[in-house]
Ligand binder design. Structure first.
Ligand code: HEM
Length: 517
């Protein structure tokens, strides 16, 4: 025995030293934010929150954490989550200097030649963000947005035609949620490239693009919690080679689609075809504008039109479809709200067949439904992470040193009861119709669905235009009933997916008369 110990003394010492170092490191990790409450494993490793995201129900886990530990919770060694909207102006200011964390690096598609592609929403470099956002920001202003209305109507026509031909006369059960997603994607295709992807025309996920985006998010979501894993497992030459072999390059197929569309558009512009069409009826799509901006400004990098277009496709399609689905799902579950909306729309004497945006944009109950839909089911549902700048910052009474990552999940923040009411879990558009303007403003500013501050959603007006264009048509023209409501399911993979909104529709008899008028 003695001789065994003697022989292995160096090994035993080495093991003890190793364990000592690991313990010391864990203590140092824990010590840094020791004053912030949270579950113990999360204080020493990010694997805990990665597992939470892997369950696809991390919004509920995070909500439980906030109920247990309070408004500010430590959910990683260096990551703090807040659940009270009062923290929004501090964490998401308008000024620069509170950059996005490496969470967003994982959302960049990998390209063989140029590494990961920066886009407006996923770049963490504030200088680059300014450089690529400023030239195109005017295309997303409220005034520019209304010029896209006619393009949205083209797609609405297609949707109505498909609904009438396929479902309205025969009680067929179909997934309304999926069709709303088809609509949102075809609108974004039309606004961006002047052409529908064909989801509505064909009634299916053409070229598997929707599945591809879902796959990109499903694999990427857990990695957002440990970004170096994303680099190690996915975004390097070696991993890229194997992913190509296994055909697991979701982001690449989206980029491939975008690249093809840009090439086609450039060819058309060179031949003067696209230009004459734009000039003829004022239907200038985003891509034409992007190419023009880049051409007229040599300081803008040549990859910018690809990045801008990628942003539209990724940030502006699923998100809009998701809010449309939430609104329709809840209107169907709570028929008294559907009736109230129908009455408001019916009484508003709207233009037919498609009400003008100017007629519906300020209808109080429609607006309340849009606010409530975006509040209840934010399409992006993990904390929007930011890095605390030099000097540190105090969030809801807790001091966070420089370098700490902090963020709020819109799912949790949007259910803050003191702000939104004790029934914040429930669909109640009426909460937005309060007489007290200060209370309404508090809720609007507390709704984190579109983000906030410097990096707030650029396409918010476009998204709301689309939603307020389609909901009146669905409500006024069709009687819809939900089938097997228990089959409706949600899945949080950063994109907050929903499936199974099975429905039957009938054309309302009065709709046909209205439409002829
Ligand atoms: C209901 C629909 C939408 C929702 C809920 C939504 C939500 C968001 C959120 C939460 C962010 C910020 C994320 C963060 O801080 O990490 C964002 C950013 C962005 N969104 Fe949207 N979005 C919607 C529609 C759109 C549309 C239609 C477009 C394009 C046409 C778009 C383009 C963008 C862009 C470019 C950014 C990056 C802004 C920046 O970093 O400066 N979004 N969106």
């Amino acid at each position: 025995m003695g001789s065994f110990l003697e022989l292995n003394v160096p090994i035993v010492l080495l093991v003890c030293a190793g364990l000592g170092l690991i313990t010391l490191q864990l203590c140092r990790t824990w010590w840094r934010l020791r004053q912030i409450p949270g579950p113990l494993p999360a204080k020493i490793t990010n694997f805990q929150r990665m597992v939470w995201v892997g369950t696809k129900r991390s919004h509920l886990i995070l909500q439980d954490m906030h109920e247990k530990y309070g408004d500010v919770v430590r959910i990683g060694p260096n990551m703090v989550s807040f659940g009270n909207p009062k923290a929004i102006p501090t964490v998401y200011p308008m000024r620069p200097g509170f950059p996005k964390s490496d969470f967003y690096v994982t959302l960049r598609p990998y390209t063989r030649g140029g590494g990961a592609l920066h886009a407006i929403f996923n770049t963490t470099d504030e200088k680059l963000h300014k450089q690529i956002k400023n030239p195109i920001a005017p295309f997303f202003s409220m005034t520019s947005t209304t010029s896209y209305e006619v393009l949205v109507e083209d797609v609405l026509k297609c949707l109505v035609k498909q609904f009438d031909q396929r479902f309205a006369g025969n009680y067929e059960v179909f997934d309304l949620g999926q069709w709303l997603q088809f609509f949102a994607f075809d609108v974004m295709g039309t606004l961006t490239f002047s052409k529908r992807y064909g989801f509505l025309d064909q009634g299916r996920d053409v070229e598997g693009m929707l599945g591809t985006i879902a796959a990109f998010m499903r694999v990427g979501a857990p990695m957002t919690q440990i970004p170096w894993l994303d680099y190690a497992l996915r975004k390097n030459r070696f991993a890229d080679f194997f992913q190509r072999l296994l055909h697991q390059t979701a982001s690449l197929s989206i980029l491939g689609f975008v690249g093809k569309a840009i090439k086609e558009k450039q060819d058309k512009l060179e031949k003067g075809e696209a230009k004459s069409r734009d000039d003829a009826d004022g239907r200038k799509d985003f891509l034409t504008r992007y190419i023009e901006v880049q051409k007229n400004n040599p300081e803008i990098p040549s990859w910018a039109p690809t990045a801008w277009t990628f942003s539209n496709v990724i940030a502006g399609s699923d998100s809009v479809g998701s809010v449309m689905r939430t609104i329709m799902h809840n209107l169907l579950l709570y028929p008294q709200t559907m009736e109230r909306l129908y009455d408001e729309l019916h009484a508003a004497n709207l233009s037919r067949p498609f009400p003008k945006y100017s007629e519906v944009s300020n209808l109080p109950y429609l607006d309340a439904c849009v606010q409530e839909g975006s509040r209840m089911h934010p399409p992006f549902a993990l904390p929007f992470e930011r890095i605390v700048p030099e000097g540190g910052v105090t969030v809801l009474g807790h001091f966070l040193p420089a370098g700490t990552v902090v963020g709020g999940s819109p799912y949790v923040v949007n259910r803050h009861k003191p702000t939104f009411g004790q029934d914040a879990e429930v669909w109640r558009p009426e909460r937005w119709l309060v007489d007290d303007p200060a209370a309404r403003k508090r809720m609007e500013q507390g709704n984190l669905t579109f983000g906030a501050g410097r990096r707030v959603c650029l396409g918010k007006h476009v998204g709301i235009l689309e939603i307020k264009k389609i909901i009146p048509i669905l409500v006024l023209d069709y009687k819809i009933n939900i089938v097997d409501p228990e089959k409706f399911a949600v899945e949080n993979s950063w994109f907050f997916f929903q499936t199974g909104l099975y429905s039957q529709i009938q054309k309302r008899p009065e709709a046909a008369i209205d439409n002829q008028a």
